[in-house]
Design a protein around this ligand. Structure first.
Ligand SMILES: Cc1cc2nc3c(=O)[nH]c(=O)nc-3n(C[C@H](O)[C@H](O)[C@H](O)COP(=O)(O)OP(=O)(O)OC[C@H]3O[C@@H](n4cnc5c(N)ncnc54)[C@H](O)[C@@H]3O)c2cc1C
Length: 361
């Protein structure tokens, strides 16, 4: 599944080596060595190795019986089995686990979601939005088994029997692991580059060797909209960082400064997040969750740091402009649905042109 037609690569002098695996980096010689022994010289090297599913060892569960979703092969394996499934157990209540849950429910398949923490999507979402999705999926028939992990898997005649840490047993046709990812950083670590939950890069996305950059899921970078180093797993992050490094290599010197944003489609609920909510300490609700369309504005003190929107694309677009401009929205305005955020965002962008916008300190 090429992202572009084959002709694009040739026309742009890009040699696409599908099936090739970079095995090691000889930094002294500035050469990447492929698994088949080919040596590729570089002036600058960009590491964009992505991440891999975390996986998990569950006593009693053979790897052949495990289903997951990351690659095309995983998707095909899942698709081939969907027609025969009456009950599915999803381990992990994050974005991918819940996107799968709503898809399976729409086909009438029974679902149990096992989640170790006390709320779904707890790593990424505020408690208010997380609670909305817990209810949303519960009303659609998903059973959440929160604060639980899978202890073991056994078999009765034709089904698997999952035993949870609270002692509950679930008879199921398939177990899908959706427990997050780990960065593919081994190539960098073996080459002696600094690695800490991803390849560590500076504000210009350079690794500890300035002739090597790292981007996307595999890179831990200092983002001015987050506190400290973050490793983001999103299409926006991968694309913006790729564009940034390309621009830097042809002369741009500004540090990387891209607002993180994310999305997830779960049944009829389209979730969009602008900014990074982890450091929020208070929240303002805009609209009514019961209506199925609302936003949660997340603040640190008086400063807006993130906005989560459900079926409110206009709030999301405005929030991105406002946060990118390093600006905040007064809480009274955030709460008032008749207040025009689009106009405020427009004025904010104009102000940004005349002042130097300050992202979060
Ligand atoms: C099921 C699923 C749903 C998702 N949904 C969303 C979504 O709705 N929105 C969103 O923003 N993000 C989503 N994501 C996340 C998003 O796909 C990733 O953040 C994004 O693909 C990261 O891009 P990347 O280029 O860093 O890594 P990847 O897209 O993972 O690409 C890395 C590539 O490097 C290759 N590679 C690794 N090591 C080597 C090596 N040594 N030699 C050669 N090749 C190597 C890998 O095979 C892979 O092809 C989803 C991910 C999954 C799995």
């Amino acid at each position: 599944m090429l992202l572009r037609a084959q002709g694009f690569y040739a026309a742009n002098s890009i040699e696409l080596r599908l099936g090739a695996f970079a095995e090691c980096i000889d930094r002294n010689a500035r050469v990447v060595v492929l698994a088949d022994g080919t040596r590729l010289a570089y002036d600058h090297l960009v590491l964009a190795m992505g991440s891999r599913n975390r996986g998990a060892v569950i006593p009693g569960l053979g790897t052949g019986a495990l289903l997951e979703l990351r690659t095309l092969a995983h998707a095909r394996k899942l698709a081939a089995r969907v027609g025969e499934l009456r009950h599915v157990t999803i381990v992990g209540g994050g974005f991918i686990g819940l996107e799968l849950a709503s898809l399976f429910r729409s086909r009438g398949i029974e679902i149990d979601v096992i989640e170790a923490s006390e709320r779904p999507m707890g790593r990424a979402l505020s408690p208010m939005t997380s609670e909305y999705f817990r209810r949303f999926h519960t009303e659609a028939g998903v059973r959440f088994r929160l604060r639980n992990v899978v202890q073991s898997v056994g078999y009765d005649v034709a089904r698997q029997v999952v035993t949870l840490s609270d002692g509950t047993t679930i008879n199921t046709d398939a177990i899908i692991m959706a427990t997050g990812v780990l960065p593919n950083d081994a190539l960098a670590a073996t080459a002696g580059l600094k690695v800490s939950n991803g390849v560590v890069v500076d504000a210009q996305l350079r690794t500890s060797d300035p002739t090597i950059s790292a981007i996307g899921d595999c890179a831990a970078h200092p983002n001015p909209f987050c506190n400290g180093l973050v490793r983001l797993e999103s299409v926006q992050n991968a694309i913006d960082q790729a564009r940034y490094v390309a621009a830097r290599l042809i002369g741009s010197a500004a540090p990387y400064r891209s607002l993180p944003w994310f999305w997830s489609n779960q049944g009829s609920a389209r979730l969009q997040i602008a900014g990074f909510a982890a450091d929020a300490d208070n929240a303002v609700l805009r609209g009514k969750p019961e209506s199925g369309a609302f936003s949660v504005f997340l603040y640190r003190g008086e400063r807006l740091i993130a906005v989560e929107s459900v079926n409110k694309p206009s709030d999301h677009v405005a929030a991105r402009r406002i946060l990118s401009g390093g600006l905040s929205v007064p809480k009274s305005m955030a709460a008032e649905t008749s207040a025009d955020l689009k106009q405020f965002a427009g004025a904010a962008v104009l102000r940004e042109v005349s002042t130097v916008a300050q992202p979060r300190a």
